[in-house]
Design a protein around this ligand. Structure first.
Ligand code: AMP
Length: 395
């Protein structure tokens, strides 16, 4: 696996695909710069070697050219974070861009305009990728968030750099962290899966069953398993058409020697609201008119016990409706257990969408081993898929 550490960028122009798809408020100010921070080590490596960096990214979902999605809006933020006044050019291909790249001096950073102002980007257009490839000597992919897409700048472009292409430090770290969990992991390995739907996690579960010792299932998706086993789940969310699949997963887990841990009690509410009336009930006997919105106290103790025994932990998905304070306790206790296990030497990886939001919101981000920056990309890797953006560098 070639990374930026295998290259010396002195007098070279590095063309870096970053994921600067950051959230902006109405005043077009960056509200969360995590993704920019995450790309910083790669950019600094290039500059410290004595090279220059040409950054390309998408931002939002523009339909053609839309100024609110211009990367000009984030130039100041990127400059602050990188510590260099970043230059900007109002296109990503063409003569103006070629001139800006040609004028770029060692130690300088140039940011190109939003790649998705061209429909060719998402279409994975080869001619467009070739034009983009003119913007640097060495291609670096550091955009984990889009590594599962075969877009022009994330995958197709790599073929124009047969020798001079590599992973950025962020993308390399993402791959290594996942490899640590699913590959050469120290046992026992525990996967915690939560979130709303079984259907979105089925392929993940099936792929990881061979690699784990414990499977904790919580959150909304847990109810499909409980109902499938004959439980009364009241108004709790459930995918009736996935009940058979749930039973088949339990059977496969048993055959593979994976211990499955389901919630035993829940905080049931009489409405999907923070102000609802609540009661703690046995998860197999939720009264009609009530729905389970968080893990109950016995469940929290049980899950925490399993986590405390684990040496490798993967966490994807909250185990309650953590967005509402009344139903956030289970996810917080789970986060605490993962943080404690990590402090005791376990390797913990949190990834995939809402669990990342939860660890950030509750302050666990620095207490786990690694927080993945890519939601969809992480899930596809957990599903065992080869991501186009990764494969293109390996080819
Ligand atoms: P996902 O995107 O599938 O990972 O699901 C994340 C969402 O699942 C979060 O917005 C949670 O609020 C939601 N969730 C977790 N537990 C429950 C539950 N018991 N009932 C309804 N939604 C839930």
């Amino acid at each position: 696996m070639k990374t930026v550490n295998d290259f010396n960028f002195e007098n070279k122009k590095a063309l870096i695909r970053v994921d600067f798809n950051v959230p902006l408020d109405e005043a077009l100010q960056v509200t969360d710069a995590t993704r920019i921070e995450a790309a910083k080590p790669t950019i600094l490596k290039v500059l410290e070697d004595g090279g220059s960096a040409v950054l390309m990214s998408h931002l939002g979902r523009p339909k053609g050219v839309e100024q609110k999605f211009s990367l000009k809006n984030i130039v100041d933020k990127v400059s602050d974070i990188i510590g260099v006044q970043v230059k900007y050019v109002n296109d990503c291909i063409g003569p103006d861009v070629e001139a800006a790249v040609a004028n770029l001096q060692n130690g300088e950073v140039l940011i190109l305009e939003n790649l998705r102002f061209y429909s060719e980007e998402k279409a994975g257009d080869k001619a467009f990728a070739e034009k983009l490839s003119k913007n640097g000597d060495i291609y670096i992919n550091d955009a984990f968030g889009t590594a599962h897409r075969a877009h022009a700048s994330t995958a197709i472009i790599a073929e124009f750099f047969p020798e001079n292409k590599c992973f950025g430090l962020l993308l390399a770290k993402e791959i290594e962290s996942l490899e640590k969990v699913l590959g050469s992991s120290e046992k026992p390995v525990t996967a915690i899966l939560g979130g709303s739907k079984v259907s979105s996690k089925i392929t993940v579960i099936e792929n990881i069953l061979d690699k784990i010792d414990h499977l904790i299932i919580g959150g909304g998706m847990g109810f499909t398993f409980i109902k499938a086993q004959g439980g009364d789940i009241g108004n709790s969310i459930c995918e009736d058409d996935k009940m058979e699949l749930a039973l088949s997963i339990l059977k496969q887990a048993e055959e593979k020697g994976v211990k499955v841990h389901l919630p035993v009690d829940v905080i049931a509410a009489d409405a999907f609201s923070n102000d609802a009336n609540t009661q703690v009930v046995d998860i197999y006997h939720i009264p009609d008119g009530w729905e389970g919105l968080d893990a109950g106290p016995k469940t929290n103790v049980g899950f925490s016990y399993v986590i405390a025994q684990s040496k490798t932990i993967l966490w994807n998905g909250p185990i309650g409706v953590f967005e509402m304070k009344a139903f956030s306790k289970g996810t917080i206790e789970l986060g605490n257990a993962v943080a404690d296990a990590t402090a005791d030497g376990a390797f913990s990886l949190v990834g995939g969408g809402d669990s990342v939001a939860a660890v950030k919101q509750f302050g666990f981000a620095n207490k786990v081993s690694y927080v993945s920056t890519g939601g969809g990309a992480m899930l596809e890797m957990l599903e065992g898929k080869t991501l186009p953006g990764i494969q293109a560098i390996l080819d």
